[in-house]
Design a protein around this ligand. Structure first.
Ligand code: AMP
Ligand code: ZN
Ligand code: FE
Ligand code: FE
Length: 287
């Protein structure tokens, strides 16, 4: 059971590569007693409407968000909260990212088809759309007996260096942070310890993002210890960044992660939400 007064600001749905629909996610969060959640699908805000409607029904606050993959030597994820989901600027950026995904994905589908596996991209779009990612290929591989789980499909087939891995083009980190600001949102550096950076390089990354408008740091995350979370919190304080946190729930694609996840180390306090909301309000006023 989840402590009261907690929230989860990092959740994927079927709008990208999660396996629960936006409404199912909201119902689950409500049953767990969470106060608020954010929907942070990869490269789309298309799940928000359904989630917000279900949230209104149940009295659960749903924050509009997204997670952009961006380039900064390596791949860095930037979360965006309280974006205007109708923003034409954001719409154009997302359209181009999804176009690049489709281009890469068609090539992966062709590689699999050439090996005799069923992977028709048109059908995948209909079944899994609008944003198709490698976990969907993982699901096809599981269904066709090539792996026992999506994580195993990654290890065998889809991770960098494996047979069905292909890179995709993505926006620069500057562009990712800026377009979230342009859409009235609050950009946040996601899971800072997932990039294999030592502290000096991590600080450089944070400072670089701040030069382009970064406003928050994800300080709590399913896989982070209390100690790691404390270290991130002190970085956030030092830089004047808003702390955020969430599970990175994906449903069956990442079966070990639950909504609102874990004890202690990932109880994201509801008190972190108002500062984030206020930042969004003041960002929007400045534009
Ligand atoms: P893509 O952006 O389509 O190249 O796919 C990357 C996404 O796959 C990440 O954002 C994760 O959500 C997911 N992913 C990466 N590694 C794994 C893994 N080992 N198991 C399950 N999902 C993964
Ligand atoms: Zn994902
Ligand atoms: Fe991520
Ligand atoms: Fe994520």
């Amino acid at each position: 059971m989840i402590a009261t007064n907690t929230i989860d600001l990092h959740i994927h749905t079927t709008a990208s590569d999660g396996t629960l629909s936006p409404a199912q996610v909201v119902r689950t969060a409500h049953e767990l007693g969470l106060e608020a959640i954010a929907i942070t699908d990869h490269d789309t805000v298309s799940g928000f409407g359904e989630a917000a409607a279900e949230g209104a029904e149940l009295g659960l606050e749903v924050v509009p968000g997204l997670e952009l993959s961006s380039r900064y030597g390596r791949i860095i994820h930037i979360l965006g909260y309280y974006v205007r989901t109708e923003s034409p600027i954001l719409g154009r950026v997302l359209e181009s990212i999804v176009g690049e995904r489709d281009e890469r994905n068609r090539k992966i589908a062709a590689l699999m088809a050439a090996d005799g596996l069923a992977a028709d991209y048109g059908e995948m779009k209909r079944r899994f759309g609008p944003v198709i990612g490698r976990p969907h290929f993982g699901q096809l591989l599981v269904e066709q007996g090539q792996a026992e789980s999506v994580p195993q499909a990654f290890a065998r087939w889809l991770d960098k260096g494996q047979r069905y891995y292909l890179p995709r083009k993505m926006p620069s980190i500057e562009r990712a942070v800026e377009c979230i600001r342009e859409a009235g949102g609050v950009p946040v550096l996601a899971h800072p310890y997932q990039y294999g950076l030592e502290e000096p390089a991590l600080r450089q990354l944070i400072e670089h993002c701040m030069d382009h408008g970064l406003l928050g740091l994800e300080c709590r995350y399913s896989s982070y210890s209390e100690e790691q979370s404390q270290a991130l919190l002190s970085l956030a304080r030092e830089y004047g960044l808003a702390p955020t946190g969430g599970s990175d729930f994906h449903g069956d694609s990442k079966p070990n992660i639950a909504i609102g996840s874990g004890e202690g180390s990932l109880a994201v306090p509801a008190s972190w939400l108002p500062p984030l909301r206020n930042l969004a309000i003041s960002t929007k006023k400045r534009r």
